[in-house]
Design a protein around this ligand. Structure first.
Ligand code: GN1
Ligand code: MG
Length: 380
């Protein structure tokens, strides 16, 4: 294969043995001439590089290595991504014909016309067009940002309303299936691989005491009361790009797109956005569900989905806001019991700290349930 110099490696990225990042970038059908290559963003799962274009008027790009340990079928993931990008671009073209490149993601094919490149080490790479002049918020206390973010996620849901979930593959089976997560938890309790069960008895009791309510959405789905849609499944506020006027532009990070329920995209948004503390806050007094941000997010989401959602879906939203902190707590708890095999941890108790913070958020939401219900009812 040509262009593999194998000489200049990024020391911190030991997984690139055979090729340089530059030579990987050269596999793609980019315009202009790629100059500087810089590590971009702080994703927990993939690795990203910003490719600056030295040619006037030619776009910059984003080169990403997709983590194939988490995403076991990258070709399927890329097939979903291309399908969804094309679908969204076609919708955007109608309302914003001059801004398709800013309001939807563009996958740049390899010189051989493929959506990804597999290097000799077995890593999977893709290139996207870089969206210039955008803002990203990792968190916010500003209800306008919450509203705009939710409006953008909801618009994404609405654009995908006519894309049949049967056309989209499942990249992570049972990803947001609460019933399966509880089964996984039982298994982790039984094995007690890391010998940590004794530390989390109280948390497990709480989880079990809430299981019935938290299976509501699963049961609505199983009975067909709420339909499968094409869902994003990672709707944190940092997955929306904003323009300079703080208006939502585009939804990013399409890796977890697969068939799911609308409650996932509402619920994970609520979980990440309304928390007054950190996802892994050690000070539980800081963790709570902010009602103003909740209302702003719900308002934005419903303003862009009200016309397409079924009544049963709207009614399920209030459970989603509790389910996602709870499910995330269960996922962190499983990883704690298993000995930290899934999430990157900064210290041995990190998954426990995360579990406690997510349980606190769940409990706070539960205590505010009547208010949350009233907000959803008013906005539906
Ligand atoms: C992972 O890495 P990030 O933040 O995009 C996880 C999400 C969790 C989140 C918790 C594929 O997402 O489901 O909600 O961590 N993604 C996967 O912070 O498991
Ligand atoms: Mg993600």
């Amino acid at each position: 294969m040509q262009g593999f110099t194998g000489q200049q490696h990024f020391a911190s990225h030991k997984w690139i043995k055979e090729m340089t990042v530059e030579s990987i970038a050269a596999q793609f059908a980019t315009d202009g001439k790629i100059g500087k290559v810089q590590v971009h963003g702080g994703g927990h799962i993939n690795d990203s590089y910003h490719l600056a274009n030295t040619k006037e008027g030619a776009p910059d790009y984003l080169l990403q290595r997709v983590n194939h340990h988490v995403f076991k079928d990258v070709p399927l993931l890329m097939q979903n991504t291309v399908l969804v990008c094309d679908h969204v671009a076609a919708k955007v073209r109608k309302d914003h014909p001059d801004e398709v490149d800013r309001r939807s993601l563009t996958i740049v094919p390899t010189t051989g016309g493929e959506s990804y490149f597999k290097d000799p080490d077995g890593n999977f790479w893709r290139v996207l067009r870089f969206i210039e002049d955008h803002l990203v918020f990792d968190s916010t206390t500003d209800p306008d940002i919450a509203y705009q973010g939710a409006l953008t996620f909801g618009a994404f849901t609405t654009m995908l309303n006519d894309l049949s979930p049967e056309k989209v593959g499942t990249v992570i089976p049972d990803f947001h299936n609460m019933n399966w997560r509880l089964t996984q938890l039982k298994e982790s309790i039984r094995k007690d691989t890391a010998g940590r069960l004794k530390v989390v008895k109280e948390e497990i009791d709480y989880v079990e005491s809430r299981a019935k309510m938290m299976l509501t959405i699963h049961e609505l789905g199983e009975s067909g009361a709420i339909p499968l849609r094409v869902t994003h499944n990672d709707t944190k506020i940092s997955n929306v790009l904003f323009d300079k006027d703080r208006k939502g532009l585009c939804v990013i990070d399409l890796d977890t797109i697969q068939p799911g329920y609308v409650t996932s995209d509402f619920g994970d948004g609520i979980r990440t956005l309304t928390n007054t503390g950190e996802e892994d806050d050690e000070n539980l007094d800081r963790v709570s569900m902010d009602l103003e941000l909740y209302e702003a997010f719900a308002s934005g989401f419903l303003d862009s989905t009200r016309d397409i959602l079924l009544d049963a879906e709207k009614e399920a939203l209030v459970y989603a806001g509790l389910l996602f902190p709870y499910m995330q707590a269960v996922r962190f708890l499983i990883d704690y019991l298993d000995g930290d095999t899934y999430y990157k941890v900064k210290h041995p108790e990190h998954n426990l700290v995360r579990t406690l913070a997510q349980l606190k958020l769940t409990k706070d939401g539960e205590a505010k349930m009547d208010k949350l219900r009233a907000i959803i009812k008013k906005l539906s």
